[in-house]
Design a protein around this ligand. Structure first.
Ligand SMILES: [Zn+2]
Length: 144
């Protein structure tokens, strides 16, 4: 029997994770301090310590080493706005990709920006066909 994927449950879990994650968290590999000036390595210990990620207060740690005075998790409204921005950005990338000629012999050019209508300069690698593009005004940029 095929396994059923519960997309709503996955989205809900991802949302709960985002709502519990501090805005100042820059990732486990970022050099301290975090965006709020808290040095996690100093307060929790070296990252190579077993279970380190389970002891940092920035996310959903079951056993945080300390209660962070700088923790600032996004509100539901901020999370919603951030999700909308992400969907809009992804839509821009798809629109630019659709506007770039499919003919692989064309290696560079300009297409209109879906956001500001200014030029999006693009080029295709002659080696592997990857495309990189960027709007002159900074609305959209990507390497595909
Ligand atoms: Zn633009």
């Amino acid at each position: 029997m095929p396994e059923t994927v519960d997309r709503d449950a996955i989205r809900a879990a991802a949302r709960a994770q985002r709502l519990a994650t501090c805005k100042h968290w820059r990732g486990a590999l970022a050099q301290p301090p975090c965006g709020a000036g808290v040095d996690l390595v100093e307060r929790v210990g070296p990252r190579r310590m077993v279970g380190w990620a389970l002891r940092i207060p920035c996310c959903t740690a079951p056993d945080p080493a300390f209660l962070c005075e700088g923790k600032d998790a996004p509100t539901a409204e901020e999370d919603e706005a951030s999700e909308c921005d992400m969907h809009e950005s992804f839509g821009c990338v798809l629109a630019v990709m659709a506007a770039i000629p499919a003919d692989k012999t064309i290696t560079h050019g300009e297409v209109p920006c879906p956001k500001c209508a200014g030029p999006v300069c693009w080029e295709r690698s002659p080696v592997n066909g990857h495309v990189r593009a960027a709007c002159a005004a900074g609305c959209v940029s990507f390497i595909q």
